[in-house]
Design a binder for this molecule. Sequence first.
Ligand SMILES: C[S@@+](CC[C@H](N)C(=O)[O-])C[C@H]1O[C@@H](n2cnc3c(N)ncnc32)[C@H](O)[C@@H]1O
Length: 312
Amino acid sequence: MASSLLHCSDKLPFMDVEAILHMKEGLGETSYAQNSSLQAIVGSIGRVCGRRSSQPPPEFSVLLNDLPTNDFNTIFFSLPEFTDRLKAAAGTDEWGRPMMFLSGVPGSFYGRLFPRRSVHFICSCSSLHWLSQVPPGLFDEAGRPFQRDFGLFLKSRAAEVVPGGRMVLAMLGRQTEGYIDRRTTFLWELLSESFAALVSQGLVEQDKVDAYNVPFYAPSIGEVEEEVRREGSFRLDCVQTYEISLSSSGDAKEDGRTVSMAIRAIQESMLSHHFGPDVVDALFHRYTELVTESMEREEVKSVQIGVVLTRL
Ligand SMILES: C[S@@+](CC[C@H](N)C(=O)[O-])C[C@H]1O[C@@H](n2cnc3c(N)ncnc32)[C@H](O)[C@@H]1O
């Protein structure tokens, strides 16, 4: 289910999200490692850690969480490069270099991940719009799936973050309190159009497309605020939407390809599971064309929600 975006069929084919949703592994052209914001995060951490002071440099324990099916190996393989960047940022002085201890924590963030009261800072980017399961619709018998999942996330982190500790969350969101926001639905609509092309070529059956639902929900500010208040463990310091231009280089062909590869890295495991691996190349060939054409016409932007929270 793509928030309010894709139609939901009555009978959902079962998708075990924790087993199937994972970013494209490895370091290939369509892998997530080549199409993610990891580089930017590494750069920021390096700059902060590289700052010198008269005090001995701090020691950081960095815990990288993702679902168990994530390709943690690729992240660990890139550790020497990461350490080199850190050294470069800190200069050559052996004693001016902060100590960084990295570990991987496989598990769903909709449950406990870290020991009680052990974490000072949590950063989650581009992840909380992925729900724990494909819901039957915007509502189910137990209420609103996003509220339930986000509430579980907050409750789990509340146990782990020390009083005064901070969380910075960024996820795809809506600028409207109504369920439709064109900026949020736009790239999904282009994916639907790409599927329509495959159906007309006889490569995919329409029924199969109608039954494809993903566990995606882009919340509004109001929905985030409401759940933070209801759960009650965190003070909401800031919540706001902001737009990110996806036409970053200004070259529609290059930007179209970058966006298409990023979406492919995220969705490929789910698409292959549902349609089989053979359709993916054809689908993203058409998708790249459509995204590029859109970028030639207009600046394409995504809507993000940024949230800063303090543990009470
Ligand atoms: C779009 S990627 C963002 C990765 C990274 N934070 C970044 O900004 O580059 C979303 C990530 O969330 C992970 N994810 C989705 N649901 C999750 C869950 N319930 N628990 C832990 N990780 C999850 C996915 O496996 C994927 O690696």
